[in-house]
Design a protein around this ligand. Structure first.
Ligand code: PLP
Length: 443
């Protein structure tokens, strides 16, 4: 079912897959360079030059395969022999070393719960795979790599958890003082070992500016080998396609499956498209957004207009210029009609997010988080009679208890779940938002 959608076929080592820049199909690199560079210099994003279809036998045997075997076959199709098979298998099995259950919410609607990892959101999957691939590539190098991340909450904690204890890598996380939730701060600051947290007296943008400045600092870069765990790294995207296969593995009937993906930067949706291109019979997708309706508007009108983001209850999706849009567009050869054949848009306002959480809790005794609520609403309102739906439950509701309380009037008691974090000791340094203080800490 796969067709070539770009013109240039670079030469490559046999068995290996290359990744080209969405801004220049002639610029392509191997997996290791794509992972360690994170971004091509031309500001495009790395994308696989070929999306291999998996054999029919793979799908026939899907239900009897282990999660690790499925992930391995999917990853190997992209990575080839650059990581030896036994090592890649180990990386995959450590990446998905927790439950990823498909849970029936109502007769035609299932939740794919992606929040059973260490920091309770799907970002754990990408961060764990990226950290282990980086760890593998660093073994052949004699210099330690120093990963810098600025975070507004969820990404930093997933990166901390993912990289904790990986040899050859140090991580420094910058977070804005007073602007992350209590549980997020615990998940950022209680690791120790190779993970260091820095509280910055400023905003998330200030944190990001400090990281950017560090990458431009020649003297610093001569001393330290810096790297980023940027969310657009291809090694975060690839493992996110695994769980679409796990969803089907747990689904008795594969007919007319619609997948609703709560989206901000559209990494999850792009990973779903990769799974579909590999042959997974997903009937169609719904791009489910909050009030930041950039992609739903594009699907409706054909015009793509990035905007400043507005704040919503589903705040991990408050994105006004979705970074993976260019990858989606590449996959469909910039053809709006082709995209809309497979993806439709949906968006939900804040009051309706609260309403969805309340209604589903009352009717089905299932507690949605604000992001999953948008996916659920997309299916509830747009499934056709012959279709069945899966939505991604991207985070555990405990991470958004203030919103849950607004929706239900009361919040469930999660003290036992939270205790695993509140019992830990926080360790972090505080710095002003000036670059020299940050640099001092790094040197
Ligand atoms: C990051 C995040 C999203 C958005 O995912 P994208 O891949 O950026 O579209 C949705 N929900 C939660 C809870 C997240 O943390």
């Amino acid at each position: 079912m796969y067709r070539l959608y770009f013109r240039h076929q670079p030469t490559r080592r046999t068995g290996d897959m290359n990744f080209f820049s969405t801004n220049n199909p002639n610029h392509s690199v191997d997996f290791q360079s794509a992972v360690l560079n994170s971004l091509p210099q031309d500001n495009g994003l790395y994308f696989p030059e070929n999306i291999p279809a998996l054999p029919t036998s793979f799908f026939k045997d899907l239900t009897s395969k282990s999660k690790a075997d499925i992930g391995f076959e999917v990853a190997k199709a992209f990575i080839g022999n650059e990581i030896p098979a036994d090592r890649l298998h180990q990386i995959v099995s450590e990446t998905i070393d927790f439950e990823l259950p498909l849970v029936e919410v109502s007769p035609c609607i299932h939740a794919l719960e992606l929040f059973h990892g260490p920091t309770w959101a799907f970002k754990d999957v990408g961060a764990r795979f990226l950290s282990r691939c980086t760890g593998y590539f660093m073994e052949a190098q004699d210099q330690e790599v120093h990963v810098l991340v600025a975070t507004s909450g969820d990404t930093g904690s997933a990166v901390a958890a993912g990289f904790h204890g990986i040899p050859g890598i140090r991580v420094t996380i910058l977070f804005p003082r007073g602007k992350v939730s209590g549980i997020q701060q615990l998940q950022l600051t209680t690791w120790g070992g190779n993970i260091r947290a820095l509280e910055v007296d400023g905003t998330f943008d200030d944190c990001q500016a400090l990281v950017k400045q560090a990458f431009l600092d020649k003297e610093l870069n001569a001393k330290l080998r810096l790297s980023s765990a940027n969310s657009i790294n291809i090694a975060r995207l690839i493992p996110q396609s695994f769980y679409y296969f796990y969803a089907f593995q747990q689904l008795p009937d594969w007919e007319n499956v619609v997948v609703a993906v709560p989206s901000g930067n559209y990494g999850n949706l792009t990973a779903g498209l990769l799974a579909w291109k590999m042959g997974l019979p997903i009937h169609r997708f719904i791009a489910a957004s909050n009030a930041n309706r950039i992609v739903p508007d594009y699907l409706e009108t054909g015009t793509y207009t990035p905007k400043l983001s507005v704040q919503t209850y589903a705040n991990a999706m408050d994105v006004g210029a979705p970074s993976n849009f260019t990858r989606m567009n590449t996959l469909f050869a910039q053809d709006h009609a082709a995209i809309t054949q497979h993806i439709s848009g949906f968006s939900l306002t804040d009051p309706d997010i609260l309403h969805e959480i309340k209604t589903v809790y009352d009717r089905h005794h299932y507690l949605l988080d604000p992001h999953g609520a948008i996916g659920h609403a997309a299916l509830r309102t747009h499934l056709q009679p012959h279709e069945q739906g899966i939505f991604l439950e991207t985070a555990h509701p405990v991470k958004f208890l203030d919103v849950i309380e607004k929706a239900l009037g009361t919040a469930p008691d999660y003290s036992a779940k939270v205790r695993q974090w509140t019992s830990k000791t926080q360790q972090f340094d505080s710095i002003p938002k000036d670059y020299l203080s940050f640099r001092d800490r790094l040197m």
